[in-house]
Design a protein around this ligand. Structure first.
Ligand code: ATP
Length: 323
């Protein structure tokens, strides 16, 4: 059995790296893809993980496979496309530090993952199953993602979902909303940003927005990330805020993924102790969210996503300080 399996995009993020010798913009080729980042953190903290996705038959694809392997992630579910190249994305940094993305995906290999390429043992043999919405923008990866999450849920996995809305990858925003909501039906634990909560519910208020999702989809645990301010959570009828940790942030890439890995790490501990989602208490969630905030905060203090993932002891140290 695997502790956590994730399905979705794995790609190369070209991150701004100053200027080259001729004064032209330089970019660093970093491994990226939110589901893979989440697994990289869990693997770093000692969990048994597996990735399901697709790369091209090219040097970038080979390097992504090596990166995942070096993280200790099982890559039996990483398929290779004979038709499309490894997906690329360019990251743009606004002066206020906000990031936007340009994807080179016409199509990209990640979109071509088929249901038949998902190893049955991974969909059905993992305690936590995690997915997002970037792999749902196009067929056939949309069906592969939804079918795998449904199988995992049926097999008793705790299903985790971070929609990670990338508006420009969708044909229209209505289409994005429809498919992202389709994913909500399968999720037990949901991570959102404030913008995504507004996008999905039309509510700007954290309480009413998450309450609406809980009523409509029955999502047991909903967590909304608030950048430096930590996070908000809803566990059924209970809700609350958990403060973030002040750090000197240099690059927020991967903070959301590391945060969510922190939350899943806590949930796995709860499962280890014989607990279920139904036995989760508000106090448990506060403790897990503090750990997640510490993981997210530390990830912002170094450049890149995977290279910036903190050691387990460092996260524990920071999260333990307040209690
Ligand atoms: P992403 O932008 O990576 O897709 P996201 O919107 O979920 O994901 P953020 O809200 O920026 O990401 O960050 C996730 C978590 O990381 C926050 O909830 C918080 O715990 C931590 N974090 C992010 N930025 C900072 C910061 N500047 N200082 C301290 N903690 C931070």
């Amino acid at each position: 059995k695997w502790d956590a399996t994730a399905i979705g995009e794995v790609l190369i993020d070209f991150t701004p790296a100053g200027a080259g010798a001729q004064g032209n913009p330089a970019y660093e080729a970093n491994p990226g893809g939110a589901p893979a980042n989440v697994l990289a953190a869990l693997a770093k903290w000692g969990r048994k993980t597996a990735f399901i996705g697709k790369v091209g038959d090219d040097t970038f694809g080979a390097s992504l496979r090596r990166t995942l392997e070096n993280c200790g992630i099982d890559v039996r579910g990483l398929a290779v496309s004979g038709e499309a190249r490894t997906t690329l994305a360019f990251v743009h940094l606004a002066p206020d530090g906000d990031r936007s993305f340009t994807f080179y995906r016409q199509p990209g290999a990640d979109m071509l993952l088929t249901e038949a390429e998902v190893p049955a043992e991974l969909a059905e043999g993992s305690r936590v199953f995690h997915f997002g919405s970037v792999s749902m923008t196009h067929e056939p990866s949309r069906s592969a993602t939804l079918a795998a999450a449904a199988r995992a849920r049926e097999a008793g996995a705790l299903v985790s979902y971070d929609p990670n809305l990338r508006e420009r990858l969708w044909g229209s925003l209505d289409e994005a909303r429809e498919w992202i909501r389709r994913g909500l039906r399968l999720a037990h634990a949901l991570k959102l940003s404030e913008e995504e909560l507004v996008f999905l519910t039309g509510e700007t208020d954290l309480r009413s927005g998450t309450e609406r999702l809980f009523r409509e989809f029955g999502t047991r645990l909903i967590v909304v990330t608030l950048g430096p301010n930590g996070c908000y959570f809803r566990l059924g009828e209970a809700d609350g805020r958990v403060e973030g940790y002040p750090v000197k942030a240099v690059d927020t890439t991967g903070a959301g993924d590391s945060f969510w890995a922190g939350l899943l790490f806590g949930l796995l501990g709860h499962l280890d102790a014989g607990g279920t989602l139904d036995t989760l208490t508000e106090e448990d969630v506060r403790r897990m969210a503090a750990f997640a905030n510490a993981a997210g905060a530390l990830t912002t203090t170094a450049p890149g996503a995977i290279p910036a993932l903190p050691e387990l002891e460092k996260v524990r140290e920071l999260a333990g300080e307040r209690r």
